[in-house]
Write a protein that binds this ligand. Sequence first.
Ligand SMILES: NC(=O)c1ccc[n+]([C@@H]2O[C@H](COP(=O)([O-])OP(=O)(O)OC[C@H]3O[C@@H](n4cnc5c(N)ncnc54)[C@H](OP(=O)(O)O)[C@@H]3O)[C@@H](O)[C@H]2O)c1
Length: 274
Amino acid sequence: MTTAPLIPLNDGHSIPQVGLGVYKVSDSEAVDAIASALQSGYRHIDTATLYDNETGVGEAVKRAAVPRAEIFVTTKVFQDRHGYDEARRSFDESLQRLQLEYVDLFLIHWPAPKQNRYVETWRALEKIQADGLARSIGVSNFHTHHLDRLAAETSIVPSVNQVELHPWLPQAELRAYHAAHGIATEAWSPLARGRVLDNPVLDEIAARHGVSAAQVVIRWHVQLGNVVIPKSITPSRIASNIDIFDFSLDDDDLALIATLESGERTGRDPDDVG
Ligand SMILES: NC(=O)c1ccc[n+]([C@@H]2O[C@H](COP(=O)([O-])OP(=O)(O)OC[C@H]3O[C@@H](n4cnc5c(N)ncnc54)[C@H](OP(=O)(O)O)[C@@H]3O)[C@@H](O)[C@H]2O)c1
């Protein structure tokens, strides 16, 4: 069993650096995948209202041999529930589906700038944290201009910004902004939804280290300092995706991975969503 290191957050809490993402996973698949992940050493699960599997995630946490306090659970409010009151109602419903007394991290899923309500929504998250119902609060898919606006108009700096990040889109500028403002970078689609598995550069590095291309890329995230949440429902992949702490990438490997940058996204630009 492998234990991922904890990354300190700006509010005094900390987050396990490797977690299990459960996008496009059904309730029953989530129960099995999370059981498998906990056995492999994961202590961090990333869900969202959108994923429609909070019930399964809650069930898995309830059934787990691992105490609730040792499992880091993230969920998110989707942009169809922006606004102060609506975001709070969405949160309360999430908590009920999860059958939890608190979540470890609650995120605004997308800024949805055309609605222009993410500042109001953030104030609801500040209140949820003050009420002790989310240990940490953060955002997802925020560009620096969205973060600047929160900094100007609200009082709490997000602990995390969860963004699309992989070798094709390493987000160096955004990571530097996060570092300067005490925000942890969390990478979604860290394997570019599987695209990393079919790449000669990554295959070559993987062969040199005797690991898989997925392991190379997850190790790359960890060495950049990212929190990383690869999704899998396959027990062997779940286990290997966290088994990345007994090798390291050297400068030559990192330089080769840097050649893959193209700016390509698997998802949409956050300014165009919602
Ligand atoms: N905040 C946001 O807007 C946002 C957006 C997208 C995703 N996310 C979060 O980020 C998580 C991860 O992103 P993602 O699900 O889009 O994509 P991903 O983790 O980059 O890739 C998942 C795909 O890779 C496969 N895979 C995983 N490990 C593998 C391995 N070792 N070898 C071969 N194939 C492997 C999985 O297959 P199997 O499952 O069949 O094994 C699945 O098809 C999500 O689950 C979600 O929690 C957040």
